[in-house]
Design a binder for this molecule. Structure first.
Ligand code: NAD
Length: 480
């Protein structure tokens, strides 16, 4: 099935010459074909979006919010259908897929408060007889480019808030998981969004570069690997656009001897092997401080042996699914084949024969400073918390880190000294909810204003300051 694009409120097949296969990663079967668009489709989408912006930006914020309220209800009603679609094209378990969709529509919920969020400030008599007012106005046409690992949540970090602010939006979902994005767009149209406010184009590097360089686009939101994030940031900025670009990560989970054992193992297992390790907040280095190392290794090996790895679309009891495609599987297995530390558990064994599976893998020692983006965990054992923090701070990335402890002193030291933007204390995946920004640092984020929360509103709006003088002399002159 060749997939359609959405321009000016109409779904149609683009004149693409190249296509990418969409797989069910659990079986390897091809379930759809993504057309690779180019500059022509981007230009058409921009023109439609510019036209739609004229009236959408003038629509009162409470009225824009009514469309988001309706969208929120539709997403809720279609939660199971959307979750199944996510599982089918991404391979994560149905429970993980439900979380993916729910986290997305929490952003829609946040965006329904746009009338309050977009308010400016005022100060009467900011100078003698002068009143000052700030206004937060939409930017124009915004674009979003998303990765494969959260087919629902990541696109929804972007377009609901951008559109709530009065912008029009062009989404380019990952070519590996376009089906969820198409369904999300259909439901937004059903909610009553005027035509052209939301457009959808498909493809890879060519269409991304067209979005980053088109003069009609004001802002670009990107989430993906750091290499592409840096490219999008530089190209978009060079073409005068506001850009926010989330990149890759290498997240450390530090376990102290005083940590509560059962909840810690549950959290570490979820963070390391949830979504088959394909999360930008996945724990990929497990740090057992001092005497914590030995029992941690034993408990982790037992939990990893018990993890049910299977076809997520056929087996509801599966606890971990495959990685996204054959290339990704090859890449992750390449890390294991090259080695570099002592292998404690080999994920090449005991996995389903078909599909793109890699089983949970554990190394004694740091395998690599690179992002693996698969179910491969390194266990390291420094003597102290100071050493553990120093080790984590050597990473070029800066997304998340977690400390497991029952000591307030250690928790405070960790929260202040760790060099990353999202910190967990006994929370395996400290991914902020929609009211907070998603605050990656260093090579995990390029830009200034992050996605979600009030930073998201700031990113999708610009301020105007109006100063007015209506002093007594002027009033007399006018005969008021
Ligand atoms: P990716 O960088 O390969 O692709 C992301 C997007 O960029 C896709 O839409 C793709 O079509 C496009 N793209 C790919 N190569 C391109 C190129 N050369 N030029 C222009 N565009 C290009 O990432 P992915 O494999 O889809 O996703 C996994 C990555 O995303 C991981 O590194 C993960 O850590 C990261 N991620 C980061 C966050 C965050 O918030 N920081 C969240 C989720 C995922």
């Amino acid at each position: 099935m060749e997939l359609p694009i959405l321009i000016a409120g109409k779904w149609r097949t683009p004149a693409a010459k190249t296509f990418g296969d969409v797989h069910n990663p659990s079986t390897g079967e091809v379930i759809a074909r993504t057309p690779f668009c180019g500059a022509a489709e981007v230009d058409e989408a921009v023109q439609a979006a510019q036209k739609a912006f004229v009236s959408w930006s003038q629509t009162p914020a409470p009225k824009r919010a009514t469309v988001l309220f309706k969208y929120r209800s539709l997403l809720e009603a279609h939660l199971e259908e959307l979750a199944k679609l996510v599982t089918r094209e991404n391979g994560k378990t149905l429970d993980e897929a439900r979380g993916d969709v729910r986290r997305g529509f929490e952003v829609v919920e946040f965006a329904t408060g746009i009338a309050h969020l977009q308010k400016g400030e005022s100060l009467p008599q900011v100078a003698e007889h002068i009143d000052g007012v700030t206004m937060r106005e939409p930017l124009g046409v915004c674009a979003g480019i998303s990765p494969f690992n959260f087919p629902a949540m990541v696109p929804m970090w972007m377009y609901p808030l951008a559109i709530a602010c009065g912008n029009s939006f062009i989404l380019k979902p990952s070519e590996k998981v376009p089906l969820t994005a198409i369904r999300l767009a259909e439901l937004f149209i059903e909610a009553g969004l005027p035509e052209g406010v939301f457009s959808l184009v498909h493809g890879g590097a060519e269409v991304v570069d067209a979005l980053c360089t088109h003069p009609g686009i004001a802002a670009v939101s990107f989430v993906g690997s750091s290499k592409v994030a840096a490219h999008v940031y530089a190209l978009g900025a060079q073409h005068g656009k506001r850009v926010q670009a989330g990149g890759g990560a290498k997240n450390f989970q530090i376990v102290m001897e005083d940590a509560e054992p059962d909840s810690t193992i549950r959290a570490v297992m979820g963070a390391s092997f949830g979504c088959a390790g394909q999360r930008c907040m996945a724990g990929s280095v497990l740090v057992g401080v001092g005497a914590a190392g030995e029992p941690l290794q034993k408990r982790m090996l037992a939990a990893m042996d018990a993890l049910k790895v299977d076809d997520t679309s056929a087996n509801p009891a599966a606890e971990m699914g495959p990685v996204i495609d054959a290339n990704s599987q090859k890449r992750v297995l390449g890390f294991i084949e090259r080695g570099g530390a002592k292998l404690l558990r080999d994920g090449r064994q005991g996995i389903p024969k078909r599909g793109f599976f890699v089983g949970p893998t554990l190394y004694d020692g740091l395998l690599t400073q690179e992002e693996i983006f698969g179910p491969v965990l390194s266990l390291v054992r420094p003597a102290s918390l100071d050493e553990a923090i120093a080790l984590a701070n050597r990473s070029a990335f800066g997304n998340g880190a977690t400390l497991f402890t029952t000591s307030g002193k250690h928790a405070r030291q960790f929260a202040l000294d760790i060099q990353c933007g999202m910190v967990g204390i006994n929370v395996g995946v400290p991914a902020p909810m929609s009211i907070f920004p998603f605050t990656g640092w260093n090579a995990s984020f390029f830009g200034d204003l992050h996605m979600q929360g009030t930073e998201g509103v700031q990113f999708y709006t610009r301020q105007r300051v109006v100063l007015s003088r209506w002093d007594a002399a002027y009033r007399r002159q006018q005969g008021w």
